[in-house]
Design a protein around this ligand. Structure first.
Ligand SMILES: Cc1cc2nc3c(=O)[nH]c(=O)nc-3n(C[C@H](O)[C@H](O)[C@H](O)COP(=O)(O)OP(=O)(O)OC[C@H]3O[C@@H](n4cnc5c(N)ncnc54)[C@H](O)[C@@H]3O)c2cc1C
Length: 457
């Protein structure tokens, strides 16, 4: 076969900024790619032209990305950004943006060396002293627990959300612009500072791709969700209690599960594999013996390894859950990007997740005492978006999470697994149990990597 017609050429890749020659900018790539659709020239010629005339390339970007509205062109410019000294709370706001990649320092593995840090709002509220002493108390309890053999991943439940972390982020210019706008709209000074720093740090490099970062009233209202707003004391008691080793870790309630979830998912798969319309696939399934349906679904994953996703057809069925979970568990849930997720404020009356290792230790009364102090301070700061800074890893929030069935299998692989952290694992297992019950045939494929072997597939 003559395959010389088809060529690939690596036109760019990310290298450390120290090694990039002066004057180079990803804007030459976006400008060249923007012209692909209307120019007879080949791509390397377009790139050479854009690199030789950066000012012209920038004007072209502005015209095509903004005036003509082809914002997707900005996705071809990609940056790697190191972010250090960011609080757990601000990290949540940053990672709200799903079309980016993040790698964080893990509080499960690294013993933290923490200097007290005072958010501006806490200082302005005159609670500086109380907050410093709360942080010192929490950090010293954390250190004592770690030294006494409590696992780090459990000791961190006492750490306030002001505690800093670090994250490596890979992001394209389109998402970055949106991220900066959202950070600037957030009623938290630290988030605004991060927004300004991202703008300053990238504005000279890709000025033609970061332009609209002025928040509107709408952005400001949206960005305040989960940080401010009225506090209602009750929570729906209909949801299931989620426990781990006999300790309550929160609540879970299936809000929307299609009544015939197994048949709907199977029909979507059949429609795809047999090139028939969905209603025809449903009639075919209705006419089938149960054993044949089991066989059809079982064949679906044949030959796949536990690292393979289930077929794409399973994306047509969505499930929505409501959860009340700790900040530590939420930190992990939010990393699953193929999902719709919204959340409320961290609120003391939703409970505090005490890790079993602490509940069974002599540290339990001290943890309780520190939590009460944090909650008293939260009460005094509750009208401020900064109130969440004083709450800790064990404090909880309510979350609504929607994901398709395919993503549920992925979530189960990672989070029902024996390597998963116990808190998020308790939720993944509770979800998995409910789904195994509601879709017994597909349910065979649910489970952590450690429990499934390739031959199960
Ligand atoms: C035991 C354990 C330990 C962990 N430790 C750490 C840690 O120390 N630090 C840390 O930062 N994180 C850690 N994580 C989080 C982990 O790195 C993932 O961010 C998280 O599990 C979400 O998984 P995901 O990216 O596969 O899936 P999702 O975001 O749920 O995406 C589902 C699938 O979509 C595809 N996908 C989604 N987005 C992209 C993209 N941008 N590019 C290409 N494909 C994409 C992939 O196929 C992915 O598997 C840990 C996770 C586990 C389970």
């Amino acid at each position: 076969m003559d395959d010389s017609r088809l060529t690939i050429r690596i036109s760019g890749y990310n290298i450390p900024s120290e090694a990039i020659p002066a004057g180079e900018t990803p804007e030459s790539i976006t400008a060249a790619y923007a012209r692909i659709s209307r120019s007879p020239k080949n791509i390397s010629e377009l790139r050479d032209e854009a690199r030789a005339h950066v000012d012209k390339a920038r004007r072209s970007n502005e015209r095509i990305v903004y005036d003509m509205g082809h914002a997707s062109i900005a996705e071809h410019a990609c940056l790697n950004i190191d972010i250090e000294g960011i609080s757990r709370l601000a990290l949540e706001i940053l990672e709200r943006h799903r079309l980016a990649s993040y790698t964080e320092r893990s509080q499960r593995y690294v013993k933290l060396d923490i200097e007290p840090w005072i958010p501006e709002e806490v200082r302005q509220a005159g609670e500086e002293q109380t907050f410093v002493s709360l942080q010192k108390e929490a950090v010293s309890l954390y250190s004592e627990m770690v030294d006494a053999g409590i696992p780090r991943e459990d000791a961190r439940y006492v750490l306030p959300m002001a505690v800093p972390g670090q994250v490596g982020m890979t992001v394209n210019a389109r998402t970055l612009e949106h991220m900066i706008l959202h950070l600037l709209a957030t009623p938290l000074k630290e988030a605004q500072t991060l927004g300004h720093k991202l703008l300053e740090g990238t504005g000279d490099l890709i000025p033609s791709l970061i332009r609209y970062v002025e928040p509107s009233e709408y952005h400001i209202r949206e960005a305040s969700m989960g940080l401010t707003g009225p506090i209602h004391q009750q929570y729906d008691e209909l949801s299931e209690n989620v426990t781990w080793q006999g300790n309550g870790v929160g609540r879970l309630s299936p809000l929307v599960i299609p009544p015939s979830i197994e048949m709907t998912a199977a029909a979507a798969y059949l429609a795809h594999t047999h090139s028939v319309c969905f209603s025809r696939a449903q009639s075919m399934l209705e006419a089938m013996e149960h054993d044949r349906i089991v066989d059809l679904i079982s064949q679906m994953y044949k030959g796949a390894s536990i690292h393979d996703s289930l077929p794409r057809a399973l994306e047509h069925v969505n499930i929505t859950w409501e959860m009340v979970l700790s900040s530590a568990a939420f930190a992990q849930l939010k990393r699953h990007r193929i999902a719709g997720i919204t959340w409320g404020r961290y609120l003391p009356h939703l409970g505090f997740t005490v890790p079993p290792s602490i509940a069974q230790s002599s540290f339990a009364p001290r943890l309780h005492e520190t939590v009460l102090k944090a909650e008293a301070l939260f009460g005094r700061l509750s009208s401020s978006p900064a109130s969440s800074y004083v709450l800790m890893g064990g404090h909880r929030r309510q979350v609504i999470w929607t994901a398709n069935v395919r993503e549920h299998f992925h979530f189960s692989r990672l989070r029902e697994d024996e390597h998963a952290q116990w808190d998020i694992r308790a939720f993944a297992t509770a979800m998995g149990d409910l789904l195994r019950n509601r879709m017994p045939v597909f349910g065979r494929f649910l489970g952590g990597k450690s429990e499934l072997t390739d031959s199960n597939s």
